[in-house]
Design a protein around this ligand. Sequence first.
Ligand code: ZN
Length: 344
Amino acid sequence: MRAVYFEQHGGPEVLILGERPAPALGPGQVRMRVRAASLNHIDVFLRRGLPGIRLPLPHIPGCDAAGEILEIGEGVSGLKPGDRVLMNPSLSCGKCEFCQRGDVTMCVSYKLVGEHTDGTCCDEIALPAENAIPFPETMSFETAAALPLVFVTAWRMLITRARLRAGEDVLIHGAAAGVGVACIQIAKVAGARVFAVASSEEKLDLCRSLGADVLIHSEKEDVVKRVREATGRRGVDVVVDYVGKATWQRSLQCASRGGRVVTCGATTGYNPEEDLRHIFYRQLEVIGSTMGSRNELLAPLKLIFEGRMRPVVSAVYDLANLADAHRLMEARKVLGKIVIRVSQ
Ligand code: ZN
């Protein structure tokens, strides 16, 4: 089958379009033709290489996919060839202590498709049947492929982990990026007031169009000062920070007494300066979150299928031009998602 893969770590030029063996179909699995995939920051980090993570090479990147079922494996019911499905990229063992209690993202052998296994930037994938989720006929493959990773991540982070409630204030850094776009909309549906931080007027316009209430230009304004002014010096109840090193200190300063600061990543670096006095004196909660369960994906998908939330796709590239898509993501000018068209 056609696939884009890399045999060594490096810049976008290491991405090669070539032939790789098609995946075998196992019991309980479905084989799916990938029509569209989408890009996430993790694709860039894995391509460059992460300290302490050894990836079997060659590696096919891509954590998101939408397409149609080609074949179902032994024991699969409720799905059939031709069904249009999107993929939940979380793989868990189903047996360990954490899986048994329903916390699949804490599975001791948790795997993310495209990180711990070959990914979706190829013609065909095989995946457990429960990871294939049907989507409406009216939705394009490109739109469906933009949904899973960012919406499941945002839902678990805000609703499950940070326990966001109606009437609360939430600050979102990097609010025009993939996860940010999902966070703004989920927070609005939850009844919160949204403070969106982004680095350009164009990005802030997008945040406004998605319902953000307070818009803060990170390059031109003092984020902490704006938050204090808008909240009567109180601070916000919840801060979403997946930017990391560049924003962490400000995140702690923007949180109210007893506030929750939640992180699901660190796109600018993992080792921020941290003044612990902010945490103990004002009794902050620092909360980690990663990916989400099938239910934490189905919840936002229901709202999207009802037209109450939407993905933002700002660029579509053909599979052969995946390197250009990586370059655009690295330039940090993306609004929402970059989608990869794999086959027509
Ligand atoms: Zn497990």
